[in-house]
Design a protein around this ligand. Structure first.
Ligand SMILES: [Zn+2]
Ligand SMILES: [Zn+2]
Length: 137
């Protein structure tokens, strides 16, 4: 995970690389493959840069999602965010519900779907596997 690549991608999409955005990305890179809450991102920013509103953090996280570098899932009614290992890739993941660690699955179930949706236009899909990772077992 190279911070510069993500920053370049933000610029390529016409957005500015503010110190805050760069700090959010560094935080995610430090988390390796973990899913984290918007609150923990906000806490990190407040600890390192001073006050920032929850709204601003949320807006940036959703901006990252829109430009294809962030994944979003929800657990127990809470939104969790994860920085994609590669920009704009199509990923499905195993998610450890204990520590938030993720492992990429090397498959997309859409590839083995039967033809029952032949006459439909599919524009999105979601597939996630939950459980405990080896270190949490
Ligand atoms: Zn775990
Ligand atoms: Zn897929």
């Amino acid at each position: 995970m190279n911070l510069e690549l993500y920053l370049d991608h933000i610029k390529d999409n016409g957005y500015r690389c503010t110190p805050q955005r760069s700090n959010i990305l560094s935080y995610f890179i430090g988390q390796k493959n973990r899913f984290v809450t918007a609150k923990s991102v906000t806490d990190h920013l407040r600890n390192t840069m001073g006050y920032v509103s929850f709204d601003t953090v949320y807006r940036n996280l959703y901006l990252f999602k829109d430009i294809g570098i962030m994944d979003l899932t929800s657990q127990g009614g809470e939104n969790l965010f994860h920085l994609k290992n590669e920009i704009n890739t199509h990923e499905h993941k195993f998610i450890c519900t204990e520590c938030g660690n993720t492992t990429e699955l090397n498959l997309c179930p859409m590839e083995i779907m039967d033809t029952s949706l032949n006459d439909y236009l599919i524009y999105d899909h979601k597939f996630e596997v939950y459980g405990f990772c080896p270190s949490c077992l």
